[in-house]
Design a protein around this ligand. Structure first.
Ligand code: SAM
Length: 316
């Protein structure tokens, strides 16, 4: 049975609208849709409802827990393939499944509510657990390694860049002085004690940004994103669509720039008399500004407040 608390998906209506031309296309050819971050299968199950028995839905997630809980949530005659892998491997994943081109691809980045809610996964700064934070639980690097082994300079850079945390220096020095640190609550307390007492008033929970930064570092979240956008776009059929939901300004910037590069027909330096770069336009951006959640959605699901959806269409 699907556990409804696993994850409440964001911008579902907007995703379905954005992919509607593909999902409703009435031809007899097989449609292939990839959900690259399938998680609790909220988006996948809605997409599946719109697919026919000849169609295929490829559900990818690097967290092996994802499909254990929710696979029976998909009610559709379409063929569903679950793949436990990183979306950065999309080219190889498609090759392994003898798929040359796809009609649409969706990615809803970040963590699922389930990952945060289960203390043993070590993502939460309000529930005690081991310092883990790995989405793929078979990988080696975990939060314990980042917190206890990174040099102060590197740790501060992670917290400052990925967390956009203005007290990165103070937090880093408190962490380094308190090593070894074993649990999430221990870390959250060290961070809380390191920032000014009025932090709550302006910045939310004092540990929020640092935990986000460590999670992004553990899972190399930004590193794999650009490659994914390029590889996923290359895999699209002409007229196919790519839709990406981000929750962080750095993620959104990567998607925005990758889309712009893919849309550009030429990348020669300005004033080059004749184009010599050989670049061709691959994408048409359908969302000049990212789509954001309605107030109604944010009221029932506050996670949606930072979500931004960008959609592009593959051009010949
Ligand atoms: C916000 S949740 C997606 C929720 C999903 N859209 C739903 O409706 O339930 C993000 C998911 O992406 C997965 N994820 C993050 N980075 C990934 C990557 N590089 N490759 C595959 N899955 C990834 C996480 O494990 C998590 O389950």
């Amino acid at each position: 049975m699907y556990n409804v608390t696993y994850h409440v998906p964001v911008l579902t209506k907007e995703i379905l609208n954005g992919l509607d031309d593909i999902l409703q296309k009435s031809n007899s050819n097989q449609k292939i849709v990839v959900d690259a971050t399938a998680g609790g299968l909220g988006h996948s199950s809605e997409i599946a409802k719109r697919l026919k028995s000849i169609d295929k839905l490829i559900c990818i997630d690097k967290d092996s827990e994802a499909f254990k809980h929710n696979a029976d949530r998909i009610k559709s005659d379409c063929k569903v393939i679950f793949i436990n892998d990183g979306f950065e491997n999309i080219t190889q994943i498609l090759k392994n499944n003898n798929i040359e081109k796809i009609d649409a691809v969706l990615a809803d980045l970040g963590v699922s509510s389930h990952q945060i809610d289960v203390p043993e996964r070590g993502f939460s700064y309000t529930k005690d657990g081991p310092l883990d934070m790995r989405m793929n639980q078979t990988q080696q690097r975990d939060a314990h390694h980042v917190v206890n082994n990174y040099t102060a300079t590197r740790l501060e850079e992670v917290i400052k860049t990925f967390g956009e945390e203005r007290y990165a220096r103070q937090i880093t020095s408190a962490i380094v002085n308190a090593r070894p640190i074993e649990t999430t609550m221990q870390l959250a307390k060290i961070i809380t004690d390191a920032v000014p007492g009025n932090y709550y008033k302006t910045g939310g929970h004092p540990a929020k940004r640092t935990f986000q930064a460590i999670r992004m570092e553990v899972n190399r979240e930004l590193e794999v994103l650009e490659k994914f956008v390029y590889d996923a776009t290359h895999a699209l059929k002409d007229g196919g669509r790519i839709a990406i939901i981000t929750f962080h300004s750095l993620e959104d910037r990567i998607v925005k720039h990758a889309f712009k590069y893919l849309e550009s027909p030429c990348v020669c330096p300005p004033k080059t008399p004749k184009c010599i770069c050989g670049k061709v336009q691959e994408l048409k951006i359908l969302t000049k500004k990212p789509i954001v959640a309605s107030n109604d959605e944010v009221n029932v699901n506050p996670r949606a407040s930072s979500a931004k959806l960008r959609i592009g269409e593959k051009v010949a």
